[in-house]
Structures are given as C-alpha cells and as structure tokens.
Design a protein around this ligand. Structure first.
Ligand SMILES: N[C@@H](CCC(=O)N[C@@H](CS)C(=O)NCC(=O)O)C(=O)O
Length: 296
C-alpha cells in the first residue's frame, strides 16, 4: 500500500457518492480509492467498492486503476491468484493482509471483502474475493488458464472448478479451522470425516475429472484448475501442523505429476521468492519463511 493517504474532502459524503457527484469522482480519480479505503475512519461513510462501481457513471474508479492489487497473506488462498497473475504475465501490486493482527476482519479490509477472507483482487471492475471467481474473471479477461466462453470444454471445466471451490476447498477449511466446526470432544470425529471426504475428492479428481478435461487439467500447460488444486495439495500436508500427515501425494500419481510439472514454471519460482517457500512447494511442501506477514 503506498504510504500517503489523502484525506476525504469534507464535501464528499456518502449521499454524494451514491448520487454520482462529479466532484466525488474527480476526487476519487486523483486519489487512489484503496488508499482512501485503507483509512478506517472513513470507512463508515462510504459505499463498498462493489456498490460504488454499480453506480451509473462510476467510471473514475476504472480510470484510476492501472494495475491489479492483490491483497494477500503468505501461503493463503492468495497464492492461487498470485500464480494465475504470474502465468498470465499480468502486472500487479500486492498488499499484505496482516493475519497476525487479524487484519482480514478489520474495517478497511471488510470494506473490500465483507466476508473477511483472503484473497481479494482489486480490479478496474471493483474488488473480487472468491478464489474461483477471481480465476475465472482473470481467465476471461486475459485469455488463458481456462477454455473460453463458448468452447465445448467450458462446461466440464466449470463443473470441476466449482467442485474445487464448493466441495474440496470448504472441506479443507474444516480441517484447518476445526474449532469453528464443533466442540473439543467432537473435533477428532469431524476431522476424520472431512479428511475421508477429501481423500475421496482427490481420487475423483484423478480418475474422473482428469479424463474429462483433456488439455485443461493435469496437462502440459497449467490451467486454473491445476493452480487451485496444487495449492490445496500443498496445504493439506502443512496445516494444521499437529494433524497434517493423513495424505500421501504419491497415492495420486496424476496429481503428483501435475505438481511436479508446475514446479518447473517461472510462476512458481516467483511465488517461492515472494512468499519465502522452498523450491518444491507442492511435491515437498515445507513451512514458508515469508519476508513479511504470517501464514496463519
Ligand atoms: N471461499 C473463499 C475462502 C477463502 C479463505 O477461507 N481464505 C482463508 C485463508 S486460505 C482465510 O481468509 N482465512 C482467514 C479466516 O478465516 O479468518 C475463497 O474461495 O476464496
């Protein structure tokens, strides 16, 4: 985040923003909206960015954004988006979400992503904060990582992308944040059921998804599905530290091979450098040693 935060001029009120005041948009155009959002004392009287951009004529936000901004924490779901941006060769800035200070639930971050989850990508069309949604939006916008709309393979691709985000990722969250899902006496049972579902999901991905997605999953060129799944295959073997030995990647040779191929990519080298990871983050995951921030 750039250091200077310009104050909101007194004439900029919420009513005026919603009412599409020219002065407001001129002000926004000359000051980064994100800087403004970063100053929590102003958050209470502004509209979330997503609403702001739906206001007719809210072009200034689009005009003032020249680069994407990825709100990230080391080794969080933001790594999937970092990989996608790197693969697409798109310029971006990063902004650390300080998990040590629970910044993901602070007012300025919630103004961007009311769900309080990482990642969020600020785009000229407003912030997007669900991993699969960001992947799809980037793929559509920049052409790559997914079959284009209208392609025959799009249906199967969407099927399995939603499977990753609606079925696999939520079960990972059960394992990572087990205390949110039950009382102390129940967590072992909850974990056992979630890990069993995950093992089945990985098997389904290998035996059912891969043959249906020729060219778009576990293929020579990485796709959004590969990036998303590789990250999840890493996390399950790292988090939480006291209960992460329930999966052996070699039981899933096609997924293992996909991870091995991915580790040859420049995008992964960039990720490892930026977030302090060892060079085989998917086939031999080790806890990261990030230059800033913490993973959990
Ligand atoms: N549905 C979200 C889930 C993202 C998510 O849960 N991210 C984790 C980090 S990997 C997070 O924000 N955890 C912080 C918390 O739950 O407080 C997505 O697909 O992006």
């Amino acid at each position: 985040m750039p250091p200077s935060i310009a104050p909101v001029p007194p004439h900029v009120s919420r009513r005026r923003i919603v009412g599409n005041s020219l002065a407001t948009y001129q002000w926004i155009a000359s000051n980064s909206l994100s800087n403004w959002l970063a100053d929590a004392k102003f958050v209470s009287h502004i509209q979330p960015v997503a609403n702001l951009t739906t206001v007719p004529g809210a072009h200034a936000y689009r005009d003032c954004m020249t680069r994407y901004r990825l709100h990230y924490a080391p080794d969080n779901a933001s790594i999937v988006i970092r990989l996608a941006l790197e693969e697409l060769g798109v310029g971006y800035d990063t902004c650390l979400v300080d998990r040590g200070a629970s910044a993901q639930t602070g007012a300025s971050y919630l103004a961007l992503n009311p769900a309080g989850r990482i990642p969020t990508l600020e785009t000229p069309d407003g912030p997007i904060s669900e991993t699969a949604a960001i992947l799809l939006w980037l793929a559509d916008r920049h052409g790559g990582l997914a079959p284009p709309a209208g392609a025959a393979e799009r249906a199967a691709f969407l099927n399995w992308l939603f499977y990753l985000s609606n079925t696999v990722h939520p079960d990972l969250l059960v394992v990572f944040y087990i205390d949110r899902y039950g009382t102390t006496d129940a967590v072992d049972d909850i974990r056992a059921r979630a890990t069993a579902r995950l093992l089945r999901a990985f098997a389904v991905l290998q035996t059912e998804a891969r043959p249906r997605l020729e060219g778009w999953f576990c293929s020579p060129a990485p796709s959004a599905l590969d990036l998303y799944l590789a990250a999840m295959l890493r996390w399950v073997r790292l988090y939480p530290r006291h209960a992460c030995d329930w999966m052996d990647l070699s039981d899933f040779p096609d997924l293992h091979a996909m991870c091995t191929r991915l580790e040859q990519r420049q995008s992964v080298a960039a990720l490892c450098k930026a977030e302090g990871m060892d060079p085989r983050p998917f086939t031999n995951p080790l806890p990261p040693n990030p230059p800033e921030g913490t993973a959990i």
